[in-house]
Design a protein around this ligand. Structure first.
Ligand SMILES: Cc1cc2nc3c(=O)[nH]c(=O)nc-3n(C[C@H](O)[C@H](O)[C@H](O)COP(=O)(O)OP(=O)(O)OC[C@H]3O[C@@H](n4cnc5c(N)ncnc54)[C@H](O)[C@@H]3O)c2cc1C
Length: 277
C-alpha cells in the first residue's frame, strides 16, 4: 500500500518549520528519520497529513557540553550517537543502547528526537533518558519548554509534545567520575524489539532503574531502586517483578515478561559490578 499524504515541505530552519506546522493547523507531521513515520503512513495507520521535513535544520544537529550538561540535537542519528566521543564519555548508556536498536540501515536514518517523540515503550532511548534524568527541550508557537524526561512520556506512543511543537534537543547531567550505566535486554533475534529490558544507572545519589517493553511508558522503578541502594539484589528483583503489570501479546505472556525483567536486572547488576554476563 502507498502512503496517503496531503503534501511535503522541506523546512530550511526552525522558524520555517514552526510556521509550516502552524499553517497546517494540526494536520502536519514532523518528518525526521522516517523509520517509524513512513512505515505507519505506508500501512495507512495515519493518512492525509502534511509532512514537514526537518532534516535540513542545522540548529537541530550536533552534540556539545555546556555548563556541566551534555546537549544532544534532536536530529542526531542513532549511528552518530553510537560513535560520538562526548556521548561515549558522558552518557555511555546511550552508546550501548544503540547496539540493541534494529539494524544498521535503521540506525543510519533514525534520530534520537524521533525515537523519543514516537514514544514506543519497546524502544531503548526513552528508557535510557529517564534513567539518565535527562531534560527534553521543545519549541513551539508559544516559545520553548524544558520537560523532565520523567514527565515527558504519557502512554504508548503519547508524549507531552503539543500540536505545532518540535522536539529540538535533549540535555543531561554529564556522568560522575565513578558513575556506572548499563543496559540489558532480551530479544528473540538480534535487532528485534526486546521482550523485556532494563537500564540501570548508579550515581552517588543512588541507583536509577527503568524497564523496557513491560509497561506503557518508561518509569523509575523506585521500590527496586531502594533495595539496590541497600545492597539487596534479591529483594530488588522481587520488588521489580511485583511492581510490573506487563501486557500479554503474541510475543510473550505477562508472566514471562515479568520473569525476564527480573533476570535482566540480575544480569545488569552483575555487569555493573564488573562480572559481565
Ligand atoms: C524494522 C524496524 C525495527 C526497529 N527496531 C527498533 C528497536 O529495536 N529499538 C528502537 O528503539 N527503535 C526501533 N525502531 C524505530 C527506529 O529507532 C526509529 O528510527 C525511531 O523510533 C523513530 O525515529 P525517526 O527519526 O525515524 O522518526 P520518524 O519516523 O521520522 O518520526 C517518528 C514520530 O516522531 C515524530 N517526530 C520525529 N522527530 C520529531 C521532532 N524532532 N519533534 C517532534 N516530533 C518528531 C514524527 O512526527 C512521528 O510521529 C525500528 C524501526 C523499524 C522500521
Amino acid at each position: 500500500m502507498k502512503a496517503s499524504i496531503a503534501g511535503y515541505a522541506r523546512a530550511t530552519d526552525l522558524k520555517h518549520a514552526l510556521a509550516l506546522l502552524a499553517q497546517a493547523d494540526s494536520q502536519a507531521r514532523v518528518l525526521a528519520g522516517g523509520q517509524s513515520l513512513i512505515a505507519a503512513l505506508n500501512m495507512r495507520l495515519s493518512a492525509g497529513d502534511m509532512l514537514v521535513d526537518i532534516n535540513h535544520i542545522a540548529a537541530l544537529k550536533g552534540v556539545r557540553c555546556e555548563n556541566g550538561r551534555l546537549h544532544i540535537g534532536a536530529l542526531t542519528r542513532h549511528a552518530e550517537v553510537a560513535a560520538d566521543p562526548l556521548i561515549k564519555q558522558h552518557a555511555p548508556l546511550l552508546c550501548k543502547a544503540t547496539e540493541l536498536i534494529a539494524h544498521a540501515a535503521i540506525r543510519n536514518r533514525g534520530t534520537i528526537g524521533g525515537a523519543l517523540a514516537h514514544a514506543d515503550p519497546s524502544a531503548e532511548f526513552p528508557a535510557c533518558i529517564v534513567a539518565l534524568d535527562a531534560t527534553i527541550h521543545v519549541e513551539g508557537p508559544d516559545g520553548t519548554r524544558d520537560i523532565p524526561a520523567s514527565e515527558f512520556f504519557i502512554d504508548v506512543f503519547e508524549t507531552t509534545i503539543r500540536s505545532g511543537e518540535i522536539l529540538t534537543a535533549i540535555s543531561l547531567p554529564i556522568a560522575e567520575q565513578d558513575e556506572r550505566q548499563v543496559i540489558h535486554e532480551f530479544a528473540r533475534r538480534s535487532g528485534d524489539y526486546a521482550l523485556a529490558g532494563v537500564c540501570v544507572v548508579r550515581r552517588s545519589a543512588g541507583h536509577r532503574v527503568v524497564c523496557i517493553s513491560v509497561a506503557a511508558r518508561p518509569e523509575l522503578m523506585t521500590a527496586a531502586m531502594a533495595q539496590l541502594d541497600l545492597g539487596n539484589l534479591e529483594s530488588a528483583v522481587c520488588a521489580l517483578r511485583d511492581a510490573l503489570d506487563p501486557p500479554t501479546d503474541t510475543q510473550a505472556t505477562a508472566a514471562y515478561r515479568r520473569h525476564l525483567a527480573g533476570v535482566m536486572l540480575d544480569r545488569a547488576m552483575a555487569d555493573l559490578n564488573g562480572a559481565k554476563t
